[in-house]
Design a protein around this ligand. Structure first.
Ligand SMILES: *Cc1c(COP(=O)(O)O)cnc(C)c1O
Length: 229
C-alpha cells in the first residue's frame, strides 16, 4: 500500500482519456473505489486524496469498516456492489447510497419493507447477467422488463438503472456493455418515470475503458486503486 493516492490519480487520468475518446464529459462517469478485502486505512488514504465513493461486497466486512474509528465522522458514500441476499438487506438499508447487486424481485420487496420501516428512500440497481455465465448472478436480459415492472410499484425504493459484470475477454465485454445499455433503453420505454433510470454500473479494472465507450455512468475499480487482493 502507500501508493493509493498515486494509483487514484493514474486511474482518474485514464478515465478522463476514455471519456475524451467516447466524446463524453469526465463528470458523467463516477469512479467507485472498490475497497473489499482492503483495510480502513486504505479507504482513509483514498479519502485523504479526495475520493468519496467506495464499494463494498461483503456485508460483515462492510459493517466492520463502518465502525472503524479511522472512518468515523467523515463524509463518504458507500455503494453495496456484492450480490445482496434477502436476509442481508436489513443490515445495509440506510447505510449505503446505492445497492448495485440485486437480481430478484423478492429482494427488492424486502428492501422496500425495510426502507418503509426506516422511513427512507433507497436507490438500487438490478444486476443483469449479460455474459450468461452460469457462475454469475443476475437476471437474464429476457426476464428483466417483467421483473422491473413488479419493482416499479414498490414504495420507498427507486430503480435507478442496471449493473453487470462482463466476461474476461475485452471485445466480448464491450458487446455485453452495449447489451446492458440497450437493456436500459428498453426499460426506459416501459418505466413510469424514465428519467430516474439514468445509471449503468459497468466496468472494472480490466475493462473500464470499454464500459465508458458504451455509456457507463459508474465504474467499479478495485485492483487498479488498491492493488491485488
Ligand atoms: C471486486 C469487484 C469489483 C472490482 O474489481 P477489480 O477488478 O479489482 O477492479 C467490481 N465490481 C464488483 C461487483 C466486484 O465484486
Amino acid at each position: 500500500m502507500g501508493n493509493v493516492a498515486e494509483n487514484l490519480s493514474v486511474v482518474r487520468d485514464q478515465v478522463a482519456s476514455a471519456c475524451l475518446k467516447a466524446g463524453r464529459r469526465a463528470d458523467e462517469v463516477r469512479l467507485i473505489a472498490v475497497s473489499k478485502t482492503k483495510s480502513a486505512e486504505a479507504v482513509r488514504e483514498a479519502w485523504d486524496a479526495g475520493h468519496r465513493d467506495f464499494g463494498e461486497s461483503y456485508v460483515q466486512e462492510f459493517l466492520e469498516k463502518l465502525e472503524d474509528p479511522l472512518l468515523a465522522g467523515i463524509q463518504l458514500s458507500w455503494h453495496f456492489i456484492g450480490h445482496l441476499q434477502s436476509n442481508k438487506v436489513r443490515q445495509v438499508t440506510g447505510k449505503v447510497a446505492m445497492i448495485h447487486g440485486i437480481d430478484k424481485v423478492s429482494t427488492v420487496e424486502e428492501l422496500s419493507k425495510r426502507a418503509i420501516q426506516q422511513d427512507i428512500l433507497m436507490d438500487y440497481l438490478l444486476e443483469v447477467n449479460v455474459s450468461r455465465e452460469s457462475s454469475k448472478y443476475g437476471l437474464d436480459s429476457s426476464s428483466l422488463i417483467q421483473a422491473a415492472e413488479s419493482c416499479f410499484r414498490l414504495p420507498n425504493v427507486r430503480l435507478r438503472g442496471l449493473m453487470t459484470i462482463a466476461s474476461p475477454d475485452q471485445d466480448q465485454a464491450r458487446r455485453e456493455f452495449a447489451e446492458l445499455r440497450e437493456n436500459l433503453e428498453s426499460l426506459r420505454r416501459t418505466a413510469p418515470d424514465p428519467a430516474l433510470l439514468s445509471e449503468l454500473s459497468m466496468g472494472m479494472s480490466q475493462d473500464f475503458e470499454e464500459a465508458i465507450l458504451e455509456g457507463a455512468t459508474m465504474i467499479r475499480i478495485g485492483t487498479a486503486i488498491f492493488g491485488w487482493r
